[in-house]
Ligand binder design. Structure first.
Ligand SMILES: CC(C)(COP(=O)(O)OP(=O)(O)OC[C@H]1O[C@@H](n2cnc3c(N)ncnc32)[C@H](O)[C@@H]1OP(=O)(O)O)[C@@H](O)C(=O)NCCC(=O)NCCS
Length: 179
């Protein structure tokens, strides 16, 4: 079953668009140090034009299962993103193996503390497993306890630290679908 839109008890997940409201929300999220703190090099977004390139990249990933989905309340309040995508190996780590699939979550601070990331990510994890993606990983900065908590709430197993991805050391969480 291929579908980008997902509905949960409180939330709707859908594709990001280049609408003014989507672009404004994403810029307002990624310009914040508390959101970027544990993401990549931590650099905040300073130019709204960066959002367009980001949305275009996400649109190119969407295949009905993989993709970066907007998460909003049923009455249309944007909250954040849940991503499901290939994860790049660190240099020398992949050894010719196909890339793993990672799940991740970026939410606006106004949306923290309500269980929204957990609810949205659980739906994406279920979709992935239902569609034959057997192994899903999540990686976080080891200091990002809020993110690790989301991973564990949706059932990912803590698997220590790894240097296999993104050329850095991350806390690793893994979900294996039942055979
Ligand atoms: C990681 C991140 C998404 C976690 O957000 P979060 O709000 O803590 O996570 P959830 O949406 O699952 O909410 C859980 C909290 O809501 C509370 N909560 C309130 N109502 C709830 C409900 N109905 N259901 C579940 N939890 C609820 C939980 O008790 C928990 O609170 P606690 O943190 O005080 O224990 C957020 O910190 C973030 O976006 N950070 C910036 C980006 C980032 O670092 N992403 C991860 C990259 S690896």
């Amino acid at each position: 079953m291929r579908r980008t839109r997902l509905d949960t008890e409180r939330l709707v997940l859908r594709e990001w668009t280049r609408s003014d409201d989507d672009r404004a929300f994403l810029f307002d999220m990624y310009r914040r140090a508390e959101v970027r703190q544990y993401l990549g090099n931590g650099r905040v977004m300073t130019d709204p034009a960066e959002v367009d390139a980001t949305i275009d990249r996400w649109t190119s990933l969407a295949d009905g299962i993989l993709g970066v989905r907007a998460v909003e309340t049923r009455d249309g309040r944007r909250l954040g993103s849940v991503l499901l995508k290939h994860i790049p190996w660190s240099v020398g780590a992949g050894d010719g193996r196909p890339e793993d699939i990672e799940i991740g979550w970026h939410f606006h601070p106004d949306a923290w503390g309500s269980g929204y990331a957990t609810e949205a990510a659980a739906a994406v994890l279920a979709l992935a497993h239902e569609n034959g993606i057997r192994t899903i990983v999540a990686v976080t900065n080891p200091a990002n306890t809020a993110s690790g908590a989301v991973a564990q709430r949706i059932g990912l197993r803590p698997a220590g630290e790894t240097a296999d991805y993104y050329d850095t050391t991350c806390a690793l969480y893994v979900s294996e679908a039942d055979a």
